[in-house]
Design a protein around this ligand. Structure first.
Ligand code: NAD
Length: 246
């Protein structure tokens, strides 16, 4: 009889691992998920009304203020054991591609390199008209302007209705197609095309490990293992089980 494959043994045997993270992995670093972020004054708005090019054109001051507040919160946040476990994992497996929907830059701050940022990064700004990247994020109340062309600066994130950075998407799709194990961490898997990555991997025979306190609203399927709990606990536990002598 073939031995039972546990998530830890699947991970230990894997040659190529793809990891997709979402807002949940940063929740324990004190960064609210999208909808949780809309508290207090912001409760009057919908995320979709603040994170679109149309919203910025309509009221750039309002959108700038929202992102400036989120960026201030980020300065006090630190990577947590979930982010750090993924750095360790990249040393354990022959090939790991870390894909994130997060814009908080915490994976890089934890020490991960080559992170595929599908939705941009909140710590960068570029201009609205021409996409010129600015060297730093101006911490001003008024919306700053591009030093090169004078157009308004906006956060370098992907808003609703915008295209994903094509090079990042290509790398993510390649990693999903080639993975033996696909880890989905802290994402509700509602936002496309990121949500499809795990099924692309599964169709090619990869085992899918979902790390999330809940599977609410998520499709299950053959080869999908749910590891229920917070990423900051489950990821280090999974690594200790796979490589117990380290
Ligand atoms: P989401 O808010 O839709 O879902 C978060 C998921 O994390 C949920 O399934 C929830 O059950 C799970 N979760 C909550 N706490 C967790 C924990 N401790 N450990 C593991 N899982 C936990 O987030 P999403 O799927 O990333 O999609 C939302 C969009 O919002 C993304 O496009 C992202 O760019 C953006 N966003 C990013 C950040 C960030 O950069 N930190 C924050 C908010 C929103």
């Amino acid at each position: 009889m073939a031995p039972i494959s546990t998530p830890a043994t699947l991970l230990k045997r894997a040659r190529r691992v793809a990891v997709l993270t979402g807002a949940g992995i940063s929740a324990e670093s004190g960064i609210p998920t999208f909808r949780d972020a809309l508290s207090g004054y912001w409760a009057r708005f919908r995320a979709e009304d603040l994170a679109t090019p149309e919203a910025f054109e309509r009221d750039p001051e309002l959108v700038w203020r929202w992102y400036r507040e989120r960026r201030h919160r980020l300065r006090d946040a630190e990577p947590n054991p979930g982010h750090r476990a993924l750095v360790t994992l990249s040393d354990k497996v022959p090939q790991l591609t870390l894909i994130t929907q997060n814009v908080d830059g915490l994976h890089a701050r934890a020490g991960s390199t080559g992170v595929v940022e599908l939705h941009g990064n909140l710590t960068r700004v570029r201009c609205f008209d021409a996409g010129h990247l600015a060297p730093e994020f101006p911490d001003t109340e008024a919306v700053p302007r591009c030093a090169r062309c004078g157009s308004l600066l906006r956060p370098d994130v992907v808003w609703f209705g915008e295209l994903l950075p094509q090079a990042a998407l290509h790398r993510a799709l390649e990693a999903a197609r080639r993975a033996d194990v696909f880890l989905s961490v802290g994402t509700s898997n509602l936002v496309e095309p990121a949500a499809s990555l795990r099924w692309i991997a599964a169709e090619r025979g990869a085992a899918v490990l979902v790390i999330n306190p809940t599977m609410d609203g998520q499709r299950r399927g053959p080869g999908v293992h749910h590891l229920a709990g917070p990423a900051s606990r489950i990821l280090p536990e999974l690594l200790s089980e796979a490589w117990p002598t380290d």
